[in-house]
Design a protein around this ligand. Structure first.
Ligand code: URA
Length: 435
């Protein structure tokens, strides 16, 4: 076997065997296959795709590159995981995991950091003073046992193949390929070993999948790989044409999630969070999705989910007083209120660009491994479908970073699209695909 032959085979559109995929993945992780050959193969995969068997073989090869876990064996109870394909303003994990935990379903969750213009749960959580996201395995299990869920960063030994391949994809314009995204996400989900997985597949301008057909193909590919591994999987296709909720950043998103758990939640965030929670409870065996939705609503309104998040934050070393005094999350040194220059209905908010404005304010990383400003971000005052009058507040930009806030204000204003007539609001939950 040679890397050259494998690249040529894929370039010509033929199907690679399981052995070839395993061989080249192992060789790349060990350093025997150089970056330039792996890059060429990734580009050939982007152009020619992969069959379901190849995607599954790549996922397996990636899982085999590192450690694997079986939390339900250690905890003696079914464990459910969720994953979002990446979006703007997506704080659903901070709402959904406590709801499930408060309903008695364990959610041992390994999460990621922000990627490009998209945010990451670990960065958001670290806005809470003292909270530790690099837990040892035994801490991860014991927090899950006590709080019902834990959220930890991914360790270096979890799918090292993904780390190496993802870095290469990022540098070679090969990120948005369905089989590559599928194997990247599913290898990490399967290696962490939950019994069931709910996938939030984002669709639209702010997502990796810009159109519905591609998002549906990605969802089906991930469900197929999950099913082959013997897991229950559900994919929920959700709208990412606009930022989710009214806050984008880190501390500002934590505040929005806590407020949601206290009973005050924007419509789209409520709908998506409840749908994800009900599907997680349903695959955990608590009943039909309809019954589980009613259970999730009760749990949220009773305040039990808020208590679950507080418990998890304390166990991970965070200061839970911040739940009742948001200034403990840090007070931004600069706040810029931005008003509308016209009357009209807001017909759209450019989503990917929202992520970039937030990144420019300091909420994301401009370079790999760079620092983020936890206080930075955007708090919208108006959203799609709202009527706004000239001079009314559109939103606030907050930051403690040394950034060009005048430029951010201009870019923020440009995010808004207006129309003279009211339009129907887009659905937040587009489709649910159950395995
Ligand atoms: N998230 C991942 O973990 N991997 C991808 O390839 C895309 C989004």
């Amino acid at each position: 076997m040679t890397a050259y032959d494998i690249i040529m085979k894929k370039r010509r559109g033929s199907e690679l065997s399981q052995e070839e995929i395993e061989w080249i993945t192992t060789g790349f992780v060990s350093g025997d296959i150089p970056d330039y050959q792996m890059s060429a193969l990734l580009m050939a995969i982007c152009f020619n795709g992969m069959t379901p068997e190849e995607t599954s073989a790549l996922t397996t090869a990636m899982i085999n590159s590192g450690d694997t876990y079986s939390p339900s064996k250690e905890l003696g109870k079914i464990c459910i995981d969720k994953h979002s394909t990446g979006g703007i303003g997506d704080k659903t994990t901070l709402i959904v995991a406590p709801i499930c935990a408060a309903c008695g379903v364990y959610v041992p969750k390994m999460s990621g950091r922000g990627l490009g213009h998209t945010g990451g749960t670990i960065d958001k959580l670290e806005a809470i003073p003292g909270l530790r996201t690099s837990l040892t395995h035994s801490e991860f299990i014991s927090v899950t046992r006590e709080a019902g869920f834990a959220i930890s960063g991914q360790t270096g030994s979890l799918v090292p193949a993904d780390k190496k391949i993802y870095a290469l994809r990022n540098a070679t314009a090969t990120v948005d390929s369905i089989p590559l995204i599928c194997s990247s996400i599913m290898s990490k989900k399967l290696a962490t070993g939950a019994d069931g997985i709910v996938l939030d597949v984002k669709v639209g301008d702010g997502a990796f999948m810009k159109n519905y057909d591609d998002a549906e193909k990605l969802a089906e590919a991930m469900i197929r790989v999950g099913k082959l591994a013997g897991k229950k999987c559900t994919a929920v296709l959700t709208n990412m044409e606009k930022p989710l909720g009214m806050a984008v950043g880190n501390a500002v998103e934590v505040v929005e999630a806590i407020e949601a758990l206290k009973g005050s939640c924007p419509e789209d965030l409520y709908e998506i969070s409840l749908t994800l929670a009900s599907e997680m409870l349903a695959i955990a065996g608590l009943g039909s999705p309809e019954k589980c939705r009613a259970l999730a609503i009760d749990t949220l309104s009773s305040g039990k989910a808020l208590k679950a998040l507080e418990k998890m934050v304390k166990l991970q070393g965070g200061d839970a007083k911040a739940f009742y005094d948001y200034s403990l999350l840090g007070v931004p040194t600069h706040t810029r209120e931005v008003v509308s220059e016209r009357d009209g209905y807001i017909s759209g908010i450019s989503c990917e660009k929202t992520g970039l404005v937030s990144l420019g304010l300091g909420a994301g990383r401009k370079v790999k491994g760079g620092n983020i400003d936890p206080t930075a971000g955007i708090i919208f005052n108006k959203t799609v479908g709202d009527f706004v009058k000239k001079g009314e507040l559109l939103g606030k930009l907050v930051t403690s970073s040394n950034c060009d806030i005048d430029a951010a204000e201009k870019d923020f204003k440009d995010l808004f699209h207006f129309s003279d007539t009211a339009r129907e609001k887009a659905q937040s939950v587009i489709k649910i695909i159950r395995s």
